[in-house]
Design a protein around this ligand. Structure first.
Ligand SMILES: [Zn+2]
Length: 84
């Protein structure tokens, strides 16, 4: 893929070309992970992580936070066990 030259906005934003967004499957509003390594900034889709146990396996987003199936099942048990 050819290099693209982009200007940084006054807010620090850079537009990612639509072809690149399509290729890696990101949409507006998706969380991205930004890292700095020896002067090179890398930007990649943020892998959702379970906020309860830290797992990255089959994590789904719930109200903007990650949750894994195991913790979701525990949450259901907890709610059902509340007596309401
Ligand atoms: Zn979990």
């Amino acid at each position: 893929m050819k290099n693209n030259y982009k200007k940084v906005s006054s807010h620090g934003s850079i537009n990612i070309p639509v072809a690149m967004r399509r290729e890696i499957g990101i949409q507006g509003g998706d969380p991205m992970e930004v890292a700095l390594n020896n002067g090179v900034v890398t930007v990649k889709p943020y892998t959702p992580r379970c906020v309860f146990c830290g797992s990255t396996e089959n994590v789904k987003k719930l109200f903007g936070k990650g949750i894994c199936p195991e913790c979701a099942a525990k949450a259901v048990q907890k709610m059902e066990g509340s007596g309401k």
